[in-house]
Design a protein around this ligand. Structure first.
Ligand SMILES: *Cc1c(COP(=O)(O)O)cnc(C)c1O
Length: 371
């Protein structure tokens, strides 16, 4: 029995009858760029995330970029973030001309280690981008307090964490900006690329909307240099149909995590994902275990041979990526990020996973640990 890491076809089958007629209508209208569907999505998702405003954009990567652009962050500026995240977090910083400054992660949550942030702040620091990795909130209260003391902007990378909560408050609405991704593998995925910036401040919300459309307001009058960061009406339409199911899908992920926790209970040689005390709602985009004693690659290969989908997020921390060599970081600079890159493995956790599939995954991992 082969088990995929993610099976989006099952989800599509379950919502096909809701989505397809609506897409046909939209095609008949031929109104594809922004428009009422995107506005409805912005209202719906900003409410879901407890933010005042939403700005639909072309991807999670562009959500990060346009947030930085909105603060006029660029050459000569520094932005603090985690080296253990998807490339886009740091890529967006470099795209503006600013310099990413990495701070190591906390080994329990894989999120930025807040106790190490202050030492990385310089007079050039303009912003912090905490990442809510795998669906679990970073310690936002501590980050916001530091940011306030140093007058820094906080841009949350909530691409993996829609609906996650930190001490009862939804992520993405806690900093000045919150970035969401609708890449198909995220908890709320569209039929292609899409993203959103959340914010609470009206001036920022208006500026984001101008920047996503070439800095244009009114038409053909450009007072800012933006770009084409627009979200398609087709993607907004798909997302509007999916939102009513999101909480059930999240419950499915949480149930899967609880089942794995039970199936792996007491097994030697692994560490299970743990929840921080501030993380009051973990939305489980990934279930990532740590495999000790240098056996990660052995288990990874063994699962692949057994037809069980799994992945390493992420095998090379960002400070060791070739494209960032000019930043001057070395092996050993961020030991916890390097250890996570060497020890972690993500197992299937998509909502439709069956009890039998979970048992097979756990049994296979346990067998491989013994060999
Ligand atoms: C997916 C992801 C992004 C980028 O989102 P895209 O929509 O693929 O551009 C950024 N940061 C993190 C942490 C992500 O997981």
């Amino acid at each position: 029995m082969s088990i995929p890491l993610l099976d989006l076809k099952q989800q599509f089958e379950s919502i096909k009858d809701e989505v397809m007629p609506s897409l046909a209508e939209l095609c008949a209208s031929q109104l594809f760029i922004l428009g009422p569907k995107v506005e409805e999505l912005e209202q719906c998702l900003s409410a879901y995330c407890q933010a005042n405003y939403g700005c639909g954009v072309s991807s999670g990567s562009d959500a990060l970029l346009v947030s930085l652009m909105s603060e006029q962050i660029g050459a000569g500026d520094e932005v603090i973030t985690s080296p253990y995240t998807f490339f886009a977090t740091a890529g967006a910083i470099c795209r503006t001309g600013a310099k990413p400054v990495f701070v190591d992660i906390d080994p329990v949550t894989y999120n930025i280690d807040v106790s190490k942030i202050e030492a990385a702040i310089t007079p050039r620091t303009k912003a912090i981008i905490p990442v809510h990795l795998y669906g679990q909130s970073a310690d936002m209260d501590a980050i916001l307090e530091l940011a306030k003391a140093h007058r820094l902007v906080v841009i949350e990378d909530a691409c993996q964490a829609i609906g996650a909560e930190c001490r009862g408050r939804r992520v993405g609405a806690l900093g000045e900006y919150g970035c969401l991704s609708f890449f198909p593998s995220k908890n709320l995925g569209c039929f292609g690329d899409g993203g959103m910036v959340l914010c609470n401040d009206q001036t920022r919300a208006e500026r984001l909307k101008i920047l996503r459309n070439h800095g244009m307001a009114p038409q053909y009058h450009h007072h800012l240099i933006g770009s084409n960061f627009r979200l398609d009406a087709l993607q907004a339409d798909v997302l509007l149909k999916k939102i009513p199911h999101l909480d059930d899908w999240t419950k499915g992920r949480q149930q899967n995590a609880a089942d794995y926790d039970r199936l792996f209970d007491g097994v030697a040689g692994i560490e299970l994902p743990r929840e921080a005390d501030w993380s009051t709602r973990h939305v489980r985009n990934q279930y990532v275990i740590r495999i000790l004693d240098g056996k990660r690659n052995h288990v990874w290969e063994g699962l692949k041979s057994a037809g069980i989908g799994c992945a390493v997020y992420y095998p090379v921390p960002l400070h060791l990526q070739e494209c960032f060599a000019s930043l001057g970081y070395r092996q050993g600079d961020f030991p916890e990020s390097e250890r996570a890159a060497a020890e972690t493995l993500a197992l299937p956790i998509f909502p439709e996973l069956t009890v039998q599939q979970k048992e097979t995954v756990a049994e296979t991992v346990i067998q491989l640990l013994k060999a």
